[in-house]
Write a protein that binds this ligand. Sequence first.
Ligand code: ZN
Length: 67
Amino acid sequence: MASPRVKCPTCRREIDWANSPFRPFCSERCRLIDLGAWLTEQRGIPGEPLPEESDATDDEHPPKDPL
Ligand SMILES: [Zn+2]
């Protein structure tokens, strides 16, 4: 019975299911990538740069009165 061939969820490369220690992924790298992507979805993107704070000190310069 031939071992089923599946596609790596990360890179879509076909792998030999029976002989892949990282199944359903083709490699540990792809497994970690998928895990990282999953955690990212759950927790938000770590290390995502925060919106830059404006250098302008708006508090010292209130907006002009609208005409
Ligand atoms: Zn892969």
